[in-house]
Design a protein around this ligand. Structure first.
Ligand code: PMP
Length: 326
């Protein structure tokens, strides 16, 4: 097909060289990528399951943990732009019928409200006129009134240029049984962010703003509380591609301490004792609210190997058989 206009020239250039104009990107994003990142993009491709690639993924998680100031192991990149992070957060944190308060002070709040409604959420919008952020007192009153499952706030509202303070909010959210979700697409790496200290439960971001990379990777993190909620959902997230159970498995966020419910009539302590006496194997009973109700089996670090799993299963089989429960 002969080129019909200049617009087709690059794609059909027989030399294969694509000309892209130099621009200084000083708008709300994307920003220009750092030269080191552009250079890294010309490195050879690796298979997504090859050990050197998995090592790079580990390094990315570690770097993100520093960037977010968190120890959470549920720290990874979602493939896609900031919108993919946004959708992943809503789809995983919110179950149909649950309440979400959306702090709406610009485009991004509006978009999250739309998304949450599409996922069956009961959306309560907390509105502020353009140019204003929400005060802690205002958010506390809304949380205490509605006691929602999730509170959404945008740290850097790029449509109005407003910064949202988050300090102090985590404690209120814990009190009202709410997960705190924060959009940092436009702010991460540009202004301080303290995931753990502020008690944030879920955060998504974008790569093409303060992190100076091309778009296509959305930094994403969940707290242990958010992960617990995900594991205890009554319904599966209505997205396959962005299901954090599946993405988390790929990134190696496996559950490390597994709780197994003790069936009625079983002496849990006898199973623990038998595992130690017969197999020199330590497993534990419940703790606090789970005392007497569960066993706790750790799968961590060097111990997370198939032969150890097989031994644990055998010890359970034997312990239960000795009580005539198998
Ligand atoms: N949230 C905010 C605050 C943003 O500024 C943007 C992008 N302008 C987004 C979300 C959406 O991110 P993306 O364009 O990477 O999908």
């Amino acid at each position: 097909v002969p080129p019909t206009s200049n617009a087709h020239r690059h794609a059909l250039d027989p030399s294969g060289v694509i000309e892209v104009p130099q621009r200084l990107l000083m708008g709300p994003g994307p920003a220009n990528a750092h030269p080191r990142i552009l250079a890294a993009q010309s490195l050879p491709l690796l298979g997504h399951m090859h050990p050197p690639f998995l090592k790079i993924m580990d390094e990315i998680s570690e770097g993100l943990r520093y960037c977010l100031q968190t120890d959470s192991k549920y720290t990874l990149m979602v493939s896609g732009t900031g919108h993919a992070g946004m959708e992943a957060a809503i789809a995983n944190l919110l179950e149909p019928g649950e309440k979400i308060i959306v702090g709406n002070k610009g485009i991004w709040g509006q978009r999250v409200a739309d998304l949450a409604a599409r996922y069956g959420g009961d959306v309560v919008e907390l509105k502020a006129e353009a140019g204003r952020s929400f005060s802690l007192a205002e958010m506390t009153a809304a949380l205490e009134k509605h006691r929602p499952a999730v509170l959404f706030l945008c740290q850097g509202e790029s449509s109005t240029g407003v910064h949202q303070s988050l300090a102090g909010l985590g404690e209120v959210c814990k009190r009202t049984g709410t997960l705190l979700l924060v959009d940092t697409v436009c702010s991460l790496g540009g202004v301080p962010f303290y995931f753990d200290e502020w008690g944030v439960d879920c955060m998504y971001s974008g790569s093409q703003k303060c992190l100076s990379a091309p778009p296509g990777g959305a930094p994403f993190a969940m707290s242990a509380r958010a992960m617990e909620k995900l594991k205890g959902r009554k319904t599966k997230p209505a997205t396959y591609n962005l299901d954090m159970n599946l993405i988390g498995d790929y990134w190696g966020c496996l559950i490390t301490v597994n709780t197994i419910k003790v069936p009625a009539g079983v002496d849990w302590a006898a199973v623990v004792k038998n595992a130690m006496d017969r197999y020199s194997l330590e497993i534990a009973g419940g703790l606090g609210p789970t005392a007497g109700k569960v066993w706790r089996v750790g799968l961590m670090g060097y111990n997370a190997r198939p032969q150890n799993v097989a031994l644990v299963v055998e010890a359970f089989r034997d312990g239960l058989a000795k009580q005539g429960k198998l």
